[in-house]
Design a protein around this ligand. Structure first.
Ligand SMILES: NC(=O)c1ccc[n+]([C@@H]2O[C@H](COP(=O)([O-])OP(=O)(O)OC[C@H]3O[C@@H](n4cnc5c(N)ncnc54)[C@H](OP(=O)(O)O)[C@@H]3O)[C@@H](O)[C@H]2O)c1
Length: 288
């Protein structure tokens, strides 16, 4: 596997950044260098030396996708853009690794298996489901479905660290249940499917460990920060979003069955262990 021939798309996002760290020799493009919604630009790109497409690009603003403007961008990036990449992957007969979300499900089944029918609640979720459908037309596509991604960028853990820094005891949703996925885990999964030539198709990917609520994750963050003076008050999704009717609906159950990716030989770390390391790094970063 020659990773210098990989092309990382969406290079500056949370996952794109982690992929660049894993594969420093790979080519990597952000949206200014390759806008995946532009079919002509995608067709004109020199694919002759690309051995695999790693698509970390997406419109990830879940609430923004509910707006008139965001809805259009979300469909363009998450559905049309993925179709453009799929067409190219087919034409060049190269694997496409695409990242999806457990938001494609309405969250009524638990845990989510790879063969569950999609039932998206929000515009973002609909566009991700459409992207999956397009990507899977190619016989060499890996769709890695993931949840609650934490890496280099704006994310839930960083938001809660910021609240702690301002001595705020937050009210957090206690009825959305899932597991964090650190970008290192996602990158390991990308590497695993490609390096083992795993069977193409859908794979669920998150960290291992107990499935918990966002409120529980917040308690773990504060505890690992040594901020047990802060309290976390549970609220329900319905209560939290009653005041924000413009927000996107979210699935209540995000936990995924991980047996398929583990059967490839990949060992998944407990989210709590990676959270501890992440917070250690973040706090050391702040001190410097
Ligand atoms: N974040 C989560 O909690 C979560 C949960 C489940 C699944 N996922 C999925 O995981 C994947 C990675 O998420 P992430 O958190 O790493 O996302 P992210 O940090 O929001 O990064 C997304 C990247 O996509 C790029 N992009 C947007 N429009 C583009 C376009 N038209 N052409 C090329 N690049 C474009 C952006 O680049 P520019 O800044 O240059 O525009 C950005 O760097 C996504 O597929 C997402 O749907 C995420």
């Amino acid at each position: 596997m020659d990773s210098s021939k990989f092309l990382i798309i969406g290079a500056n996002g949370q996952l794109g950044t982690a992929l660049r760290q894993k594969y420093p020799d790979a080519a990597a493009v952000d949206s200014s260098e390759l806008d995946i919604t532009d079919s002509k630009a995608v067709a004109a790109y020199d694919w002759s030396n690309v051995s695999a497409i790693l698509n970390a690009a997406a419109y990830t603003n879940v609430d923004g996708a509910e707006t008139a403007e965001g809805r259009i961008i979300a469909w363009k990036v998450n559905a049309v853009g993925v179709a453009n990449l799929t067409r190219t992957a087919i034409a060049n007969d190269i694997p496409l690794v695409h990242i999806s979300s457990e938001y494609v499900f309405d969250g009524t089944q638990v845990p989510h298996h790879e063969d569950e029918s999609v039932s998206p609640l929000s515009v973002y979720a609909q566009t991700k489901a459409a992207g999956d459908t397009a990507a899977l037309i190619h016989g060499k596509t890996y769709v890695l479905r993931t949840s609650w991604v934490i890496g280099e960028g704006q994310n839930f853990v960083r938001t809660m660290i910021g609240l702690a820094g301002r001595n705020i005891s937050p009210t957090v949703v206690g009825d959305q249940i899932g597991r964090l996925t650190f970008t290192s885990t996602l990158v390991d999964a990308v590497d695993q499917v490609l390096s083992t030539s795993a069977a193409p198709g859908i794979y669920n990917v998150s960290n291992e460990g107990e499935a918990v609520s966002w409120a529980d994750v917040t308690r773990a963050i504060f505890s690992l920060m040594g901020r047990n003076d802060l309290t976390v008050t549970d609220t329900t999704t319905a209560e939290y979003f009653a005041a924000k009717p413009e927000s996107a609906p979210r699935p209540l159950q995000s936990a995924m069955d991980l047996a398929k990716i583990k059967a490839t030989g990949l060992e998944l770390r407990d989210w709590h262990d990676d959270l501890q390391q992440y917070i250690h790094n973040e706090l050391n970063q702040e001190v410097k």
